[in-house]
Design a protein around this ligand. Structure first.
Ligand SMILES: [Zn+2]
Length: 108
């Protein structure tokens, strides 16, 4: 049985898509101006993208058709942010279960 999910409140900055200079078909990192690597998780939703910055490690949720001048990007919390949030909730971290929690599984 998995523990009930908790709700957490996170402030995530949102902005218009930060286009790379002279290129409406690509997005750049607002933090460091490096080209973002774009991933489209769902083939039928071409405007739902995840952008990752190979330079500074930030990652973004994008609602944007590449090539369009309009679109939104949301800065997602990184690993350290998530750990801080989990600790603030009194949780030890996203990987806190599964080691020797004393579950019903037979140990060998
Ligand atoms: Zn960056």
């Amino acid at each position: 049985m998995s523990p009930p999910a908790r709700k957490l409140s996170v402030t995530m900055p949102v902005a218009g898509v930060h286009h790379c200079p002279g290129d409406l078909a690509s997005a750049c990192c607002p933090g460091c101006d490096h080209h973002l690597g774009l991933t489209q998780p769902e083939s039928e939703e071409p405007a739902r993208l995840i952008g990752t910055c190979p330079e500074c490690g930030r990652w973004y949720l994008l609602d944007w058709h590449p090539g369009s001048s309009e679109g939104l990007m949301v800065l997602l919390p990184d690993h350290q942010d998530l750990l801080r949030i989990f600790r603030a909730l009194g949780m030890t971290g996203p990987c806190s279960e599964g080691h020797d929690g004393g579950g019903p599984s037979a140990s060998g």
